[in-house]
Design a protein around this ligand. Structure first.
Ligand SMILES: [Zn+2]
Length: 326
């Protein structure tokens, strides 16, 4: 701006100039705000989304493939990037500064989440299954990444067994372990959801531990040595002995082995966006999740846009927000 300070100015001109300058300042601030990235906020909340069936139409427990595609786009456009539950509890947000983390969780390992199509003896990921949609979206938006948490069932009914078996929805039993391995190799997180979705409140301590330990054991058979850190309560129901949800032991009569589990995070079945892991309200053994029904996602994101509500990362590597302004 021109420096008028050494020029004799009438008071009228002075007043005029000060008004113009004030207008410039206001306009400048508004422009800077809309153009600048969101300020880091390590006390903000993080939405943990809970998906079940990915199918051809929306329902109480299902999301249509098209709606799932729109969810990814909506989150991308509103400045969210996915992280796993493990990353959240480790405070390891490897997303760019100014972006907000979102956690995707997929429960029950149904074929609609991850299907193969066999073509000339080759297996291709079904482009309408959740994993197919995700991989395609990531190809078009490479800064999206491959981070989500799959809460698996290895042996439940109706093909809820590592994403399908026995020809259900065209899925062969021998593809199961390959799918679980693929997810781990890509960087997705594997989470335990029991053996066959037992309502844990109904069973003895021994059965509770068997249900949970056999979930972990099945994951180990797909990815040997995999450390399962996250557990999702079937139906959101705690066992009578609550401590057994986070750690326990089961003696496998087949191998004679002691199977131990010890989790660092437990997922509830409903709730609002989760408190920040930097907040005193953060309870890793009781993490709330947003059920993906109707417009719950839009509503949650609108709530997070209120001042101070939304977690915003402040760095690009391990450490986030909270550090000194750069
Ligand atoms: Zn479930």
């Amino acid at each position: 701006m021109t420096d008028y300070s050494h020029e004799p100015l009438s008071s009228g001109v002075n007043k005029y100039l000060s008004r113009v300058c004030a207008a410039f300042l206001v306009a400048g601030t508004a422009t800077a705000q809309s153009a600048s990235p969101r300020a880091p906020n390590d006390q903000g909340r993080i939405p943990i989304l809970e998906y079940h069936l990915i199918t051809d139409k929306d329902s109480r427990w299902g999301r249509s493939a098209d709606h799932f595609r729109r969810d990814l786009k909506l989150l991308y456009d509103r400045g969210y990037r996915p992280v796993t539950v493990s990353q959240m509890i480790d405070k390891r947000f490897d997303i760019p500064a100014g972006m907000s983390p979102v956690v995707f969780t997929f429960d029950d390992a149904s074929p609609g989440q991850f299907s193969y199509i066999e073509k000339n003896g080759q297996l291709e990921i079904d482009p309408n299954s959740a994993v197919g949609i995700w991989m395609e979206f990531n190809k078009e938006h490479p800064d999206w990444g491959k981070r989500a948490t799959f809460c698996l069932l290895p042996g439940a009914a109706a093909g809820h067994a590592f994403f399908g078996e026995k020809g259900i929805s065209g899925q062969k039993s021998e593809w199961r372990l390959k799918k679980v391995r693929f997810l781990a190799e890509q960087g997705f997180e594997l989470c335990d959801h029991t053996l066959w979705h037992a309502n844990l409140a109904k069973y003895s301590d021994a059965v509770v531990q068997e249900q949970i330990a056999r979930g972990v054991l099945a994951i180990d058979s797909a990815v040997p040595g995999y450390k399962v850190r996250t557990f999702a309560l079937p139906l959101g129901v705690w066992p009578k002995n609550r401590a057994l949800a986070s750690s326990g032991t089961w003696h496998d009569p087949k191998s004679g082995r002691e199977v131990r589990y010890s989790f660092e995070a437990i997922l509830e079945v409903s709730g609002p966006s989760a408190p920040s892991p930097y907040s005193p309200q953060f309870k890793p053994f009781s993490l709330p999740r947003i059920q993906m029904i109707d417009a719950e996602l839009e509503k949650a994101l609108d709530r997070l846009d209120a001042p101070g509500q939304r977690f915003v990362a402040g760095g690009t590597s391990k450490k986030v927000a909270g550090g000194p302004a750069r």
